[in-house]
Design a protein around this ligand. Structure first.
Ligand SMILES: Cc1ncc(COP(=O)(O)O)c(C=O)c1O
Ligand SMILES: [Zn+2]
Length: 372
């Protein structure tokens, strides 16, 4: 099933077989609607990966293409933060083949890239998405070039290379890295396996909420707190929730609370200013490399999603990020520094908000990938 891409600005449709990554008008591409089916009974119970929700994923019935790609990603534990906070659950999304939640999106995206006949993919990332795309692409024999900004954690770079990808370390900002990757894409007929641009990635990240729904026996929590750089988990979660609402399986959308870091918070600024678009900021330096995105391409969609859920956006003070990471480690949860930011911001917010109900926060990346 080649679901068409559709421009989020002008509605022009494109075939994925032509490898477009952006509309000629400059608009970001979304995925056109396709038939989805889901109930607790439609879950494929003996498929131990996110492909157990095949009925809501963009694959033809009977398609087995994803089987060569899948490494058992998804199905991550949903556990209480600790005994003191029974209403705060954490989803241990670093328990994935490449140790971050990005495997959700990469598994689906690379299965589609294979279907479209891609021989080579290019991607740029702060590290985790690059790890993930490199692992999945090489697993199915697709060559892979990954662009990362200088200063990316050496362990992430080692891991990308170990999977067999070519790593390009780009001086300058995260945006300079994205531009270098785009130049490479525009040179030849490579598939831009971008977690930011390619809408298939969000079909994978939406399984985050399907899993929560299944793990809570057909219920949803009141609040989802989600770190946001480019918004791949936040938008994926939002799309999944909208689907659950459409199926009549939840009565209302839970609040989505986005988290940014003090040193780089363009979406927070736009939200607080009441704007419906995001202006680029200067990254003044942040401990949270995974969410250090100064110019998020889908900023307007992220703002819209948060507002649609009556949610909020909060920032982590830089000087509290490492402390929060250590506090999680004391609870047995060794996360990467960026995830410390999610908790630093949330614990501050919680002091002034006692109406959040049952909350889920993701542990997006493993501590062994970044160090301080
Ligand atoms: C550990 C970690 N947390 C959160 C994020 C944020 O994801 P996104 O940029 O898709 O919003 C990333 C992205 O790389 C990450 O690596
Ligand atoms: Zn367009």
């Amino acid at each position: 099933m080649a679901v068409h891409y559709i421009c989020s600005e002008c509605g022009t449709r494109y075939s994925p077989y032509d490898f477009p990554y952006i509309c000629s008008c400059g608009g970001m591409l979304d995925l056109d609607d396709f038939h989805r089916e889901f109930s607790m009974d439609s879950i494929i119970r003996d498929e131990w990966s996110l492909f157990r929700y095949l009925g809501v994923l963009p694959f033809d019935e009977g398609s087995i293409l994803w089987k060569d790609v899948s490494m058992g990603e998804g199905l991550t534990p949903l556990i209480p933060l600790d005994g003191n906070y029974p209403n705060i659950l954490v989803k241990v999304d670093y328990m994935m083949p490449t140790l971050s939640f990005k495997d959700r999106g990469a598994a689906v995206l690379i299965a589609k890239a294979k279907e479209f006949g891609a021989k080579k993919v290019v991607q740029d990332s702060s590290g985790n998405a690059g790890n993930s795309i490199a692992a999945y692409a090489n697993r199915v024999g697709i060559d892979c070039d990954i662009y990362v900004p200088e200063g990316t954690s050496p362990k992430k770079i080692d891991m990308i290379q170990s999977h067999g990808a070519n790593v390009h370390i780009v001086p300058g900002t995260r945006e300079d890295t994205a531009n270098a990757a785009l130049k490479a894409v525009e040179k030849g007929d490579t598939f831009y396996a971008s977690h930011v641009y390619n809408p298939y990635f969000y079909e994978g990240t939406k399984t985050y909420v399907y899993e929560i729904f299944e793990q809570l026996h057909g219920n949803m929590v009141d609040t989802l707190v989600i770190p946001v750089g480019n918004g791949t988990l936040l938008l994926g979660a939002y799309y999944g929730l909208k689907e659950l609402l459409k199926f009549g399986l939840i009565k209302k959308l839970p609040k989505i609370i986005g988290v940014q870091a003090e040193g780089c918070s363009p979406i927070y600024n736009a939200f607080r200013a009441g704007r419906d678009y995001v202006e680029e900021v200067i990254n003044t330096g942040t401990m949270a490399e995974g969410i250090a995105i100064a110019a998020p391409k889908r900023g307007n969609q992220i703002l819209k999603a948060i507002r649609d859920t009556h949610g909020d956006i909060i920032i982590a003070p830089e000087d509290s990020i490492l402390k929060a990471q250590r506090e999680l480690a004391r609870r047995g949860l060794y996360v990467e520094i960026t995830t410390g930011a999610t908790f630093a911001a949330f614990f501050e917010y919680m002091k002034a908000h006692d109406d959040l109900g049952k909350v889920v926060l993701p542990l997006c990346g493993a501590g062994l990938k970044s160090s301080k």
